[in-house]
Design a protein around this ligand. Structure first.
Ligand code: PEP
Ligand code: MN
Length: 268
């Protein structure tokens, strides 16, 4: 039986004042984990200074080791919310548990589904029902089709603003944490109008190649990039190796702006 999928009928959308048309490249930035107010303030100030709109930050952290920092939890929601409101930024944060969806929907602008939760169907349905915009990350061993079908779970429940995020897949290669699948960008774009976001930070697991990977993603047609930034990457509570310092972030934004303008696109 042939299905008619909602992702095939999706239309281009906007979130807040940000339009996900092909003329724009959206840059979402922020620390891996929300740690304290000072850290969030420092990063938010930089995001704003560059004229960007989205700030990411993990409040509930999916960690491989149960003894690693698990995120600030509820306290982090208020912190992120205060800082984003003060700077007029839209917040992006991962929800891991169906029981937290209602609470997070009240204060977070974009609910992120992490790669480890991409096939948590109960969670997908719950975020779909919330009606909030969703950043859906591709599972580390998920096919492109499985990513689209995960998006379908959200769309089916009424959530119509779903962004698809390529964040690297697991391969035999050890130079990078994961392997960025650039093919996923044009393949997804050929199947749906849902925006495609690429996260080179989690794909690479190192920061020296983030600019190159971002340019490759944009050249392939990505609608946006998500990168991790921390005022003190070495002292970060998670993902120390891949987070850009504020200074590195400034250089990165300049590089991307320049690249976008050559392609006739605007970085927002
Ligand atoms: C994240 O973006 O905070 C994260 C944990 O990424 P992923 O789910 O892609 O590993
Ligand atoms: Mn991270």
């Amino acid at each position: 039986m042939a299905y008619e999928f909602l992702y095939q009928k999706a239309e281009v959308f906007g979130i807040g004042n940000v339009d996900f048309s092909d003329d724009n490249v959206i840059l979402m930035a922020g620390p891996c984990s929300v740690e304290d107010e000072k850290q969030m303030e420092a990063v938010a100030g930089e995001i704003k200074r560059h004229g960007l709109h989205f700030m990411r930050g993990g409040i509930f952290k999916p960690r491989t080791n149960p003894y690693s920092f698990q995120g600030l939890g509820t306290e982090g929601i208020n912190m992120m919310c205060r800082v984003c409101r003060k700077h007029g930024l839209l917040s992006v944060s991962e929800v891991m548990d169906t029981r937290d969806v209602t609470m997070m929907s009240k204060s977070i602008d974009v609910l992120q589904i992490g790669c480890r939760s991409m096939q948590n169907f109960a969670l997908l349905k719950e975020v779909g029902k919330s009606g909030k915009p969703v950043l859906l990350k591709r599972g580390m061993s998920a096919t492109i089709e499985e990513l689209l079908l995960a998006a379908e779970y959200i769309l089916k429940e009424g959530g119509n603003k779903v962004m698809l995020c390529e964040r690297g897949i697991r391969t035999f290669e050890t130079e990078t944490r994961n392997t960025i699948d650039i093919s996923a960008v044009p393949v997804l774009k050929s199947k749906t109008k849902l925006p495609v976001i690429v996260d080179p930070s989690h794909a690479a697991g190192r920061k020296d190649i983030i600019l190159s990977l971002s340019k490759a993603a944009i050249a392939a047609g990505a609608n946006g990039i998500m990168v991790e930034v921390h005022p003190d990457p070495e002292g970060a509570k998670s993902d120390q190796k891949q987070q850009l310092s504020l200074e590195e972030f400034g250089l990165f934004v300049d590089g991307i702006k320049d690249f976008c303008s050559k392609l006739g696109k605007k970085l927002v």
